[in-house]
Design a protein around this ligand. Sequence first.
Ligand code: PEP
Ligand code: MN
Length: 340
Amino acid sequence: MIIVVKPDAREKDINEIIALLETNGLKVHISQGTQRTIIGVIGDKSRLAETPIELMTGVEKIVHIMEPYKLVGRAFRPEGSVIDIKGRQIGGHELCMIAGPCAVESREQIMKAAQDVKAGGAKFLRGGAYKPRTSPYAFQGLELEGLKLLREAADSVGLLAVSEIMSEYDLDNAAKYIDVIQIGARNAQNFRLLKEVGKTGLPVLLKRGIAETIDEWLGAAEYIMSEGNYRVILCERGIRTFESSTRNTLDVSAIPVIKLKSHLPIIVDPSHASGKSSFVKPLAMAGIAAGADGLIVEVHPDPKAALSDAIQQLNAAEYYELCDCIKQLAQIMKRGYGDE
Ligand code: PEP
Ligand code: MN
């Protein structure tokens, strides 16, 4: 259930509504929009049957939500969410670019990647420290050392750091060294992990699961938000289909669908969607043209020497070319890129 508060409601009226809900054992989530306040109510509402909440001063209307997700739904924040991360916004006017290598491999590699990424206009540096590899014998990432190197590299050029965390055990390290926790496709429905990530309050980049429907994906985001962490960014990274020409199939239609169903920003990962560096630019352009709020792209100083995902990583020149195209496309989409 969602309670839409009247635009002219006083703080006292809102507090009275909240108090009534809480004394009835309900969990309250507040969305303070630019136009009005919306109160999300979670829990067993049967006890409220006696109380005509509609009649309380300050209440404009009650909206009953049928979907299994409530806080991620558009109705909770009709104007859309702009996620603020240390002064950088995702979901606002400016398209966001998150770029960097698949994995942090060495100080030299991540330092060079950070310089390239920054020069193209990105505000965020990515780099995996805990890598979800299909084989346990493949490079698993530098783990804690990788997070420290990513932090150092991001700080050296003034970028924010994004990295995947695969387990609850690593959340303390995440809080210490990175600015955005990435939840990968393989952990997209690890509900215990999602809840714990929700409790940290750190911004979360939530990838779509390998074979996840949009409603399941929104359900996963709801797990994070239901713990009080509203800074969630969705990432379409391709889904598994019968088509084998590309690593995954980028579901471009997910972008307008998410924009309709949810207020959360959505970005696109053309690297994991395609699995091939030459396909990254066309898929990135398609994602932005469809209304995505940004991109996460794999960029490596020397892709052929990469320890993971060598075939899909862009070199610096390819990345700059992509950034130029995104800057031009941003104008058509009435967005900005690299201006701020
Ligand atoms: C990644 O971004 O490093 C990654 C492993 O992506 P995904 O979880 O989408 O496969
Ligand atoms: Mn990768």
